[in-house]
Design a protein around this ligand. Structure first.
Ligand code: S3P
Length: 442
């Protein structure tokens, strides 16, 4: 899907300034297409993230007979087919690099009348799917996977599902969401118990589509067999994308950056909490609620950071932001320790290993542990290096931020997948003051 490889070249630079709106939230964009497709009526989406991951979800729904109009500038019109209106896909559904698309769609397709095959790129083909297969099979689904429960997944249709009460072993919003989506097609009640709070966009959006859903403490339940009513979805800017610029502005002296209309759902703001514990200066203002999601503007000013022990309770709430948090830690005074984050090893890459290797290449003492990392930070110590992002979008962007505050140029290879979550990253980064070029000729 994303064939042309890219190398980012970042020269050390100065202050990060200006006012920007980063692209739409990836998690919310995926869900808007999925729920819009199985709703009754026409759902209008604005602020949709037109990145490769969410476009893969969109295309998969088109391949199952849903008419979706891409109207430009993040405006999408989904002509919902109702809960039972999806058609048999002719070819395998290709989810590219996206774990969210594959896991949520497996839940959504587990209770259909038809067969489906779900596949992905090399990274996705190595990601664990047992965590969704096991509970979905308990509900009555038939799903075959490749060795070790890896994709591709073959879902055999026509198996009636029955609701279960499932206690998740990992704090995963993807698992929770897959089960709730399967629960729409199950008889009786489906309940998911979370070991720790995880992003709750599925629950909020189901409620927005008029579907009754209950949360009691850490237990989320719904009854199968209801209907979803089309609605409007306004997707806020993605805090996970904003995080790169939050860290860049924090690290660079003289910076003052305004990030507009960022999603600040409390299950996503762990990155702000962690950076504030380290000493960051981040104001949240103009807060409002849009379609069940909190949004706000963020003002970030330069601040000196210090190392911390990252509270484990914040880990699921900042799970995608750790690559750039590690860059902040490398520039903080003292030691930062992360524990309880073994999930980072099964993301788009093994983010603990790939980040530790990259930090070491930049002259930072970083020690990977089975479930985290220990980083010895010091302001101004990052040296330029040539980094292999291993095709992981967030690692590529994290090292672009590192390049801004490094003592010499940073080259980052394998960056094409940045377009999965943040199309236009380099242009926007340049706009706020990063000295970044793609594939420079020299
Ligand atoms: C996501 C949940 C998270 C996150 C991923 C998006 C979602 O994964 O890492 O990028 O949209 O539900 P887990 O829930 O598996 O931790």
């Amino acid at each position: 899907m994303l064939s042309r490889e890219q190398t980012f070249h970042v020269r050390p630079g100065g202050a990060v300034t200006g006012q920007v709106r980063v692209p739409g939230d990836k998690s919310i964009s995926h869900r808007s297409i999925m729920l819009g497709a199985i709703a009754d009526g026409v759902t209008e989406i604005s602020g949709f993230l037109e990145g490769a991951d969410c476009l893969a979800t969109l295309q998969s729904m088109q391949e199952m007979g849903v008419k979706i109009d891409v109207l430009g500038h993040g405006h999408i019109r989904v002509n919902g087919v109702g809960l039972h209106g999806l058609k048999t896909p002719v070819d395998p559904l290709d989810f590219g690099n996206s774990g969210t698309a594959m896991r949520l769609m497996t839940g959504l397709l587990a209770g259909q009348e038809f067969n489906a095959i779900l596949k992905g790129d090399q990274s996705l083909s190595n990601r664990p799917m047992g965590r969704i297969i096991e509970p979905l099979v308990q509900m009555g689904a038939t799903i075959e996977a490749a060795e070790n429960n890896r994709p591709p997944l073959h879902i055999r249709g026509g198996n009636p599902l029955t609701g279960i009460c499932y206690e998740m072993k990992v704090a995963s919003a993807q698992v929770k969401s897959a089960l709730l989506l399967a629960g729409l097609y199950a008889s009786g009640e489906t309940c998911v118990i979370e070991p720790a709070p995880t992003r709750d966009h599925t629950e909020r959006m189901l409620a927005g589509f008029g579907y009754p859903i209950q949360r009691n403490d850490n237990r989320i339940c719904l009854q199968g067999g209801g209907r979803l009513k089309a609605t409007r979805v306004e997707v806020p800017a993605d805090i996970s994308s904003a995080a790169f610029f939050i860290v860049a502005a924090t690290l660079m002296p003289g910076s003052e950056l305004l990030l507009e209309h960022v999603g600040v759902n409390p299950t996503r703001t762990g990155v702000i909490d962690i950076l504030r514990l380290m000493g960051a200066n981040i104001d949240i203002f103009n807060q409002s609620e849009v379609g069940g999601e909190l949004v706000a503007d963020l003002r970030v000013r330069h601040a000196a950071l210090h190392g911390i022990d990252i509270p484990e309770a914040l880990v699921p709430l900042a799970i995608d932001e750790f690559p750039v948090i590690f860059i902040a830690a490398a520039n903080a005074s003292g030691t930062t320790r992360l524990t309880g984050a073994s999930e980072l090893r099964v993301k788009e890459s093994d983010r603990i290993k790939v980040m530790a290797d990259g930090l070491l290449a930049c002259g930072i003492q970083a020690q990977a542990t089975p479930d985290g990392i220990i980083i010895q930070g010091k302001p101004g110590q990052v040296q330029g290096a040539r980094i292999d992002s291993q095709g992981d979008h967030r690692i590529a962007m994290a090292f672009a931020v590192a390049g801004q505050c490094a003592s010499s140029p940073m080259l980052i290879d394998n960056c094409a997948n940045v377009a999965t979550s943040f199309p236009g990253f380099a242009a926007l980064a340049k706009h706020v003051g990063l000295d970044i070029e793609i594939n420079p000729s020299c």
